[in-house]
Design a protein around this ligand. Structure first.
Ligand code: GLA
Length: 396
């Protein structure tokens, strides 16, 4: 946590050296569409254990979320135990046998993710990977891990002690690159998720250290205002994004109870337009039909997972009324009319504003309803709500 005292986006990563770039060019797109899955932190935090993880894997299959595209079951912080005399990391008592857990998750057609820090300690004060990067990567591969979230945490103080921003940044980049290389050296495909809260504009250098995704902000909370604050801070980032490498505005809060269904649909719609990872953060074993319907909406997931792999951006903002647009494969567009005010509002969008000639075929994604060929679409959008459209060029 201490690392966050350094100002967000304090400077551009202009000093990234040639070696970083070479490593980035060599990288394959391990995650050609944004990762989908579940992560333990938002709901379970320090309470996550082996039984919880198995129950989430069971629920992911039983609920149909696996078949909707969710794959990763990601254990966040607090699984870590002590190192043995050889320096090998072991899980703590909450996780008796990590390899057996991975086997269990894999047998369900799912993948298992884990968490560590480039510092000596994780954010929750558990054992980090500092000085043991290659060894930990090998251990993860041996267990059958498929995804690593690598969280800056206690590396922050040594960066602050570095004396200059350039030196601090160099420490951070070297630490992330070290684990990136260590993961590659295992020969096992392990998705590499950088978590450093958007410091030093990771969208400019994340790929070059081997990352498939990187956090762009501080932590989300289960509150509408915080979720929107995070989404707003993503405006302008689409131009830095390339297919296979994803800006990560943090995990989903859908179903955790702090927002209503209208607000959770807004959350999900924004994340889909942003080509964000869809990592559910609720208890999948005890979710309401409404939560499941929001997480599993096929039209919204199809936007998030669109094969063009391009993030969307804000096209227009008039006070609390915002129009966000994402380019989709085949010249289609995902269009979100967001009303961030408390009261219903009239909103509209025209085909011309979307640079589509004539009338365009419009589909209301949440209502799953074809609206026909329209030159202009009007709607009354509820307070805190969205109308999400898939708009296709019709050519006339
Ligand atoms: C940081 C991260 C969170 C979570 C916690 C765990 O706050 O940003 O997503 O991983 O650490 O301690």
């Amino acid at each position: 946590m201490a690392g966050r005292a350094i100002g967000k986006g304090a400077w551009a990563a202009a000093s990234v050296g040639a070696a970083w770039l070479l490593l980035g060019q060599a990288a394959q797109a391990a995650s050609p569409t944004p990762p989908m899955g579940w992560n333990s932190w938002n709901h379970f935090a320090g309470k996550v254990d082996d039984a919880t993880v198995r129950a989430q894997a069971d629920a992911m299959v039983k609920s149909g979320l696996r078949d909707a595209g969710y794959r990763y079951i990601n254990i966040d912080d607090t699984w870590e135990g002590a190192r043995d005399a050889e320096g090998n990391i072991h899980p703590n008592a909450k996780f008796p046998d990590m390899k057996a857990l991975a086997d269990y998750v894999h047998a369900k057609g799912l993948k298992l993710g884990i968490y560590s820090s480039p510092g000596a300690k994780t954010c929750a004060g558990y054992e980090g990977s500092l000085g043991h990067e290659a060894q930990d990567a090998q251990t993860y591969a041996k267990w059958g891990i498929d995804y690593l979230k690598y969280d800056l945490c206690s590396l922050g103080p040594s960066m602050q002690a570095a004396g200059s921003l350039e030196k601090a940044q160099a420490i951070e980049l070297a630490a992330y690159e070290k684990m990136g290389r260590a993961l590659k050296a295992t020969g096992r495909p392990i998705v590499y998720s950088l978590c450093q809260y958007g410091f030093y504009q990771p969208w400019r250098w994340g790929t070059s250290v081997g990352g498939e995704l990187w956090r762009t902000t501080g932590d989300i909370t289960d509150k509408f205002a915080r979720m929107i604050q995070i989404a707003e801070s993503q405006a302008g980032l689409a131009r830095f994004q390339t297919p296979g490498h994803w800006n990560d505005p943090d995990m989903l809060e859908v179903g955790n109870g702090g927002m209503n269904a209208i607000e959770y649909r807004t959350h999900m719609s924004l994340w889909a337009i942003l080509a964000a990872p869809l990592l559910a953060g609720n208890d999948l074993s005890a979710m309401s039909p409404e939560t499941l319907a929001i997480l599993s909406n096929r039209g919204v997931i199809a936007i998030d997972q669109d094969p063009l792999g391009k993030q969307g951006d804000r096209l227009r903002q008039e006070g609390p009324l915002e129009l966000w647009v994402r380019p989709l494969a085949g010249g289609a567009k995902a269009v979100g009319l967001f009303n961030l005010s408390d009261l219903p509002a009239n909103m509209e969008v025209s085909a011309a504003e979307l640079s589509l000639p004539g009338a365009a075929a419009m589909h209301d994604v949440w209502a799953d309803k074809d609206l026909g060929r329209l030159k202009t679409f009007h709607a009354v959008v509820p307070g805190h709500g969205v109308v999400l459209l898939r708009v296709a060029r019709t050519g006339d």
